[in-house]
Design a protein around this ligand. Structure first.
Ligand code: NAI
Length: 718
């Protein structure tokens, strides 16, 4: 029988009466709060309370990796009823109350991540000191998992930093770094990492001697308005009312967690918090979001070649061919992560624009105090460029992002092979062209790979790596490592036209055009998508990506899939003829001026009505049937995703789920197309597809994998 190792260790008290509670979960890289730790915490607090020699307590992590990264999600996955989940929250609250109820001063020493339950534990201490290290981040990210903070956070945080700031943290889940935390009053002091423990101890001692002056009650500059609003009941109601309006606008009401957070804060009790937590944990939205988290964890183990024995090559220098929208974004993120980038474009103007792009992105980070001006300069210093190949031959990897043109990409690959170092990798960012065709005439097809980024690169979290039959395992491992170094999630897929993400997106985008041709209004089409949970609708997305770019992708898909992927009649030539390219040239389906959307008096985007002359159905003549429209948009995508798994383009459903949510905006709370099938059951999905097939044609014919799964009553995830 093995004896469970304790996660808590009490050190001291020292000569001044200060003891330290070290948290160090055995066998784990980072601390997480698990159910089996609860009795240990309770016993520990009882021991501390009983020891009269202890005059103050510092709570610190025994791990260099961080403070506490939150609750153990596996535990939450085991809970099968709202009442049990509520009990869990009540127990956690009780543990925190014991810490908060200690008669001695308590100070949390925070370095690294203090997230969710980790931050709630720190909030239950009397004071907090944080290290100024870049890795130090505090957040209540429960909302991103469809939950609310269930260990007292919804009650303690507003009391500590005020309602407005607390709402912002809880409704966005955003990370707060040390400097901002100090400004908000979330922590009492910030110090360099090396001084953290001593500073926490010193503060604890001061508190024990009653020395520390209470926090100023007068609100600091800029917070006066919030103070006035929050200082009374009416003001609180007003703040909550405005927040609710904003949440509803942003989420269309499809996410229950943020609305529930507002209800719970309104009530302001621990009971309301526990009840809310219990119900949210049972919601399908939370299950979907937690599934994504599991997918992320599972995919981190995929090193690319999946052999476990191939090491990635060290990459310190990347060549970037094409400094347009994508090239600029990719270079910016590479340099941000310590990689030297040499840009090559046809003209100097494009290089200049790319540098401006990087400057803007880094400037924003500086204003958010992620780094200072020296940090900006250091990053910009890593990017250089020109119109010739100078400096590119030395790069370990060349990423290509020139126009979407097969022969151009092939020609540039040949030029690169002629000058590159012996083992240089050519990674193409094509949106849909098969990588094997780009590599068709290559001398070294084993060094050619797809590296598909999404726009805007600095914001989109995914890279899709596309491997051909000839790509070498070392090249795959190296490219995956570069994408991870850029802070991206990675899926590795097999080569074909459109790979996974573009192929799955095409039926969704194409269906939008089918619906427009049917006579649905463009606004209704976008609304049908956002109602089911896509962050933006397909018409908006086309304007953002560029109508010309979309047309090129559709051409490629038409070429390779012919009749199989049924596409709407081509209306694009008329759109392009009249110079309608989307937001980038202020002329798309929607109205723009200076690159910004024109809005009506309700703040809604306005359709450019002149586009309806190309749509036989006219100006939205058809009454919206949102349920059917939603199904048309979702199910074509789901079916194509399943076909990609059936054909072995996808390695597993996890990659399909993560790729769809992070690459193309599949509703995150559904957890991805494969989990969507599991949630409703393959049989129901097949029935719904057949119904659409009967009405709209064979583009909705369910693929064999789905039909078989339905017949066997099977699931993608056990
Ligand atoms: P872009 O038109 O903004 O940029 C292309 C750049 O390539 C331009 O700066 C152009 O001057 C340069 N270029 C053209 N010929 C060149 C040559 N011979 N030598 C050097 N530079 C040359 O296009 P964007 O949007 O950046 O797309 C680039 C690639 O990325 C395309 O293959 C596209 O399909 C793909 N892609 C685009 C996405 C998007 O959202 N725009 C998303 C994912 C992939």
């Amino acid at each position: 029988m093995s004896i469970a190792q304790p996660a808590l260790r009490l050190q001291g008290p020292d000569a001044d009466g200060i003891a330290t509670l070290w948290i160090d979960c055995p066998g784990k890289k980072v601390n997480t709060l698990s159910l089996d730790m609860m009795p240990e915490f309770a016993a520990m607090y009882a021991t501390i309370a009983a020891n009269t020699a202890i005059r103050g307590l510092v709570v610190a992590s025994g791990k260099d990796t961080g403070f506490i990264a939150g609750a153990d999600l596996d535990d939450l996955g085991q809970v099968d009823s709202a009442s049990k989940a509520e009990r869990l929250s009540l127990d956690a609250q009780e543990g925190m109350a014991k810490l908060a109820g200690l008669k001695i001063p308590t100070v949390a020493a925070i370095h690294g991540e203090a997230l969710g339950g980790g931050l709630e534990l720190a909030l239950a201490c009397r004071a907090r000191v944080a290290s100024e290290h870049r890795k130090t981040k505090m957040a209540l990210p429960e909302v991103m998992l469809g939950l609310l903070p269930g260990a007292g956070g919804t009650v303690r945080l507003p009391k500590l930093i005020g309602l407005t700031a607390a709402l912002d943290m809880m409704l966005t889940g955003r990370n707060i770094r040390a400097a901002k935390a100090l400004k908000l009053g979330l922590v009492d002091r910030t110090v360099p990492q090396l001084q953290l423990f001593d500073a926490a101890r010193a503060l604890c001692l001061d508190l024990a001697h009653g020395k520390v002056a209470p926090k100023p009650k007068t609100p600091v500059k800029g917070q006066v308005q919030n103070f006035l609003l929050e200082g009374n009941l009416l003001g609180k109601k007003l703040v909550l009312h405005e927040a609710r309006k904003k949440v509803l606008k942003q989420t269309k009401g499809v996410y229950p967690a943020p609305l529930r957070i507002l209800d719970v804060i309104d009530k302001g009790t621990y009971e309301a918090e526990a009840k809310g937590f219990g119900e949210l944990l049972m919601s399908p939205q939370s299950a979907g979001l937690r599934h994504l988290f599991t997918a992320i964890t599972a995919l981190k183990k995929d090193d690319g070649p999946q052999t476990g024995s191939v090491a990635a090559r060290q990459v310190t220098r990347v060549g970037m061919l094409g400094a347009g929208l994508m090239g600029a974004g990719i270079a910016t993120v590479l340099a941000d992560n310590g990689v030297e980038v040499r840009l090559k474009d046809r003209d100097h103007a494009s290089i200049g624009k790319a540098l401006d792009y990087a400057r803007t992105v880094y400037g924003k980070a500086r204003r958010k105090r992620v780094y200072n001006q020296a940090g900006v300069d250091e990053r910009l210093g890593r990017i250089s460029g020109g119109t010739d190949w100078a400096g590119i031959g030395r790069a370990e990897v060349l990423i290509e992002a020139v126009f979407e043109d097969l022969s151009l990409k092939q020609r540039l690959l040949a030029e690169f092979e002629a000058l590159s170092r012996v083992d240089g990798i050519f990674a193409t960012n094509t949106s849909a062209l098969p990588i094997s065709e780009i590599a068709q005439h290559a001398k070294h097809p084993e060094r050619v790979i797809g590296m598909h980024f999404f726009s805007p690169v600095e914001k989109m979290p995914l890279v899709e790596i596309i491997v051909t039959d000839k790509t070498s395992p070392e090249v795959t491992a190296t490219t995956v490592a570069v994408a991870r170094k850029m802070g991206k999630h990675v899926i590795v897929v097999k080569d074909c036209a459109g790979f996974y993400t573009t192929r799955a997106l095409v039926p969704y985008m194409a269906e939008a055009i089918f619906m427009a041709l049917d006579g649905y209004s463009l606004l209704d089409i976008d609304e049908a998508a956002t109602k089911v949970g896509f962050p933006v609708g397909p018409i908006t997305l086309t304007d953002e990506v560029g109508i010309d770019v979309g047309v090129k992708v559709l051409k490629t898909i038409r070429k390779y899939y012919g009749e199989r992927l049924q596409l709407p009649p081509d209306i694009s030539s008329k759109l392009l003829e009249e110079g309608r390219f989307g937001r980038k040239n202020n002329k798309g389906f929607y109205k723009y001026s200076n690159g910004k959307s024109e809005l009506d008096k309700d703040g809604k985007k306005i359709i450019d009505d002149t586009v309806y002359r190309h749509l036989p159905g006219g100006k939205g003549s058809k009454h919206a049937d949102f349920a059917e429209m939603g199904d048309r948009l979702v199910l074509g995508l789901v079916n194509e995703a399943a076909l990609c798994l059936q054909e072995g383009i996808l390695r597993d459903p996890y990659a399909g789920d993560l790729g769809a949510v992070m690459g193309i905006g599949f509703p995150p709370f559904e957890g991805g197309p494969f989990r969507y099938v599991d949630r409703f059951g393959a049989r129901t999905i097949v029935d719904r597809l057949r119904k659409l097939e009967g009405k709209f044609g064979k583009r909705f014919a369910p693929c064999t994998l789905l039909v078989d799964l339905a017949a066997n009553n099977g699931k993608f995830y056990a």
